[in-house]
Design a protein around this ligand. Structure first.
Ligand SMILES: [Zn+2]
Ligand SMILES: [Zn+2]
Length: 344
């Protein structure tokens, strides 16, 4: 995408940033160029508008800061007639994210890509959203309503929940972490764990080559997800085994479901390489079956540790307690304990 989509003069820029500044060389008044990313993509920006957008931009574009970089600022002596550079290099930033942010600031609430018949409500892809989240955090734009990231976020969450890959889920978890979205962070992390843990460690491998994820998501998250997934796995296996062993049914009415639990245990009980999603899926299906049918057919349930609905509740509790919340990631390893709310 070239820069032709970008406004040289955002419509909301204050009038004084236009009329009062001369531009002898034809450059847009008040304009400055960001050189973004390793490719140094040129993005023209409106200094006054950006200063108002966030405290980080205000600092970056403060007159003294710009002078230190050899840039003459609007309102200073000489203005842009000087041969000094009017560029600021931002090599660590993502060019697309910066363009999308500057566009949204200029045209409040709008996404940089125009609507088309096939995409009437354009928004960022999951990968683009991760870059946006990193930039929004870096430039402290979380509370700037001109940048409608909550809307973009919900759209990508819906998309990934419907049919996202493990990789996309990792990007979303990282974005939720960057934006301090506590509830989403815990939910998406659990989703990632339940759907993809045990599948040959696939997400570890691609994260090793993904510098953006490495910078955006603490390593602690990866330590925790392995640990919590292993614990969740073991708890589900233990529950399945307890259904097989502690059967109190003497009437024979539970014969069918009992043998179903036994075959789940045979299939998944000792396979360390069994994906968590398959084990959990099988256990949850049987838990539903317990609630739906057997409870009415058999009176022996009183002799068991768990009533029919309790199996499902146990599984929900296991998942809840496997969640990785913001505190879990921030917490000092030494203070891990039940009392310190590792169990949520
Ligand atoms: Zn019975
Ligand atoms: Zn926690």
């Amino acid at each position: 995408m070239d820069n032709s989509n970008l406004p040289s003069q955002p419509p909301n820029s204050p009038a004084e940033s236009r009329g009062s500044i001369s531009s002898e060389d034809g450059a847009p008044s008040g304009a400055l160029v960001f050189l973004v990313g390793p490719a140094q993509e040129e993005i023209p920006v409106d200094v006054t508008g950006l200063r108002e957008a966030s405290s980080v931009f205000a600092e970056l574009l403060a007159p003294h800061a710009m002078e230190m970089q050899g840039i003459l600022y609007p309102g200073g002596s000489g203005l842009f007639a000087s041969p000094l550079p009017r560029e600021i290099a931002l090599p660590d930033d993502d060019a697309f994210a910066m363009k999308a942010i500057i566009y949204a600031l200029a045209f409040p609430g709008r996404f940089i890509r125009p609507a088309t018949p096939s995409d009437p409500a354009p928004g960022p892809s999951v990968r683009e959203f991760l870059h946006l989240a990193v930039a929004i955090k870096k430039y402290k734009l979380q509370d700037n309503w001109f940048v409608p990231w909550p809307r973009w976020f919900e759209a990508v969450v819906d998309k990934v929940k419907a049919n996202g890959t493990a990789q996309e889920m990792v990007w979303l978890v990282a974005a939720a972490w960057q934006l301090g979205q506590r509830r989403r962070f815990a939910e998406l992390g659990l989703d990632l764990m339940v759907k993809h843990e045990g599948r040959a460690g696939s997400y570890f491998r691609f994260c090793e080559r993904d510098g953006v994820v490495q910078r955006a998501l603490p390593l602690k998250f990866w330590c925790l997800i392995g640990e919590r997934a292993a614990r969740l796995h073991k708890r589900v296996v233990d529950l399945v085994r307890s259904r097989v062993q502690d059967d109190g049914c003497g009437c024979g009415g539970r014969a069918e479901i009992n043998s179903a639990w036994a075959s789940v245990y045979d299939e998944y009980g000792w396979g360390a390489a069994v994906p968590l999603s398959e084990l959990l899926g099988a256990a949850e299906a049987l838990a539903e079956q317990e609630v739906a049918s057997v409870a009415e057919e058999c009176d022996c349930m009183g002799e068991r540790d768990l009533g029919p609905a309790a199996v499902r509740e146990e599984l929900e509790k296991f998942k809840r307690e496997a969640k990785i919340c913001v505190e879990c990631v921030l917490m000092d390893e030494g203070s891990h304990s039940v009392e310190n709310s590792v169990y949520h």
